[in-house]
Design a protein around this ligand. Structure first.
Ligand code: ADP
Length: 316
């Protein structure tokens, strides 16, 4: 999407900054900055906003040869309205957009060049409409066929679909997912419905473990739970591991989850173990909250070490 970012209440007008937004493009840029080869498959309109999206991705070193430009639909639009220091409202204009008409043939083209080692998919794509849902289903099947590792970030967006519509799709996907990334409140969407008598443990860690267990039993290799300023906890067949968040001065929480995913997948692509994957993820997540914009503050590999430098540090 093209993104317009205001500086106060939208209805008062004023100037807006033009940029690019989208969970998958944020992850793609995050990974590219860390030195990985990334291809983005998505749809923009054949318009100037679409040109901005593709130009930005190209400038960030992301391969857009699998992207499509739809001559009959506009590029999706998102408005960011910082309403309070801690509260940003977003307004979507994406019904009928090119992204909401993403076709399976487009993702097939993205796969045909060279199948990826990892496919990253979010729960936003299937929420956009029947065509993107089919395209996402097709992508999952292609990834399986090519032996790619599948990472799914649930990213439930209540403005795009209801929990009742999301849950059956996500539950059907679970057996095809290797790395499932979710916030605490999104895990239930991926699980079989709970009976009325089911008891939830009162201890938060035990409650998370109880939700992760059935996902691991259904074949997910790693369940990674993003917990905001509390950090993240990963569950695997061998147990669980928690990493606290890196302390930073938070200026913009939007994009933290995507940056976290980029860090996690970067370490995974490097062949690093679980502890290092989580460590890089909380580091890139912290960069995102400490920087304005969704992806602009994403670190390069040499910059990873900048976090935690004492106030007033000047790097010469
Ligand atoms: P999402 O953006 O998907 O809601 P989170 O808010 O859980 O995801 O953030 C993802 C990750 O970013 C967290 O697991 C954490 O590592 C990091 N993070 C989020 N908020 C903060 C914060 N205030 N300070 C430091 N790190 C944070």
């Amino acid at each position: 999407m093209v993104a317009l970012r205001g500086s106060g209440p939208l209805k008062l007008g004023g100037t807006m900054q033009v940029s690019v937004a989208g969970a998958e493009s944020n992850v793609a840029i995050g990974l590219s900055r860390l030195g990985h080869r990334v291809r983005w498959a998505g749809a923009v309109g054949e318009d100037e906003a679409g040109a901005l999206v593709l130009r930005t991705l190209r400038a960030e070193g992301v391969d857009v040869s699998g992207a499509s430009a739809d001559p009959e639909a506009p590029t999706g639009l998102i408005l960011f309205e910082p309403r309070l220091p801690e509260v940003t409202r977003v307004h979507y204009y994406r019904a009928g957009s090119a992204g909401s008409r993403l076709r399976a043939s487009a993702v097939e083209r993205a796969f045909s060049a060279a199948p990826p080692r990892v496919l990253h998919l979010t729960g936003i794509t299937p929420a956009l409409g029947p065509d993107p849902l089919s395209a996402a289903d097709r992508t999952l099947r292609l990834a399986r066929q090519h032996g790619a590792l599948v990472c799914l970030d649930v990213n439930f967006r209540s403005r795009l679909w209801t929990a009742e519509r999301a849950a059956p799709v996500l539950r059907e996907w679970v057996p095809s997912v290797d790395v499932l990334i979710a916030s605490e409140d999104e895990l239930a969407l991926c699980l079989p419905p709970r009976g009325p008598d089911a008891e939830k443990p009162t201890d938060p860690a035990a409650a998370l473990a109880a939700q992760a267990a059935p996902l691991l039993a259904r074949g997910v290799g790693e369940v990674v739970v993003k917990r905001g300023a509390a950090g993240a906890t990963a569950f695997t067949g061998d147990g669980s591991l928690h990493r606290p968040a890196r302390p930073v001065r938070a200026v913009d929480a939007v994009g933290a989850g995507d940056a976290f995913v980029a860090g996690y997948l970067s370490a995974l692509l490097d062949g690093a173990g679980l502890a290092e994957r989580l460590e890089r993820a909380v580091t890139t997540g912290a960069f995102a909250v400490a920087s304005p914009g969704d992806w602009e503050g994403a670190p390069t590999r040499p910059e990873l070490g900048l976090l935690g430098a004492p106030p007033g540090t000047v790097v010469r």
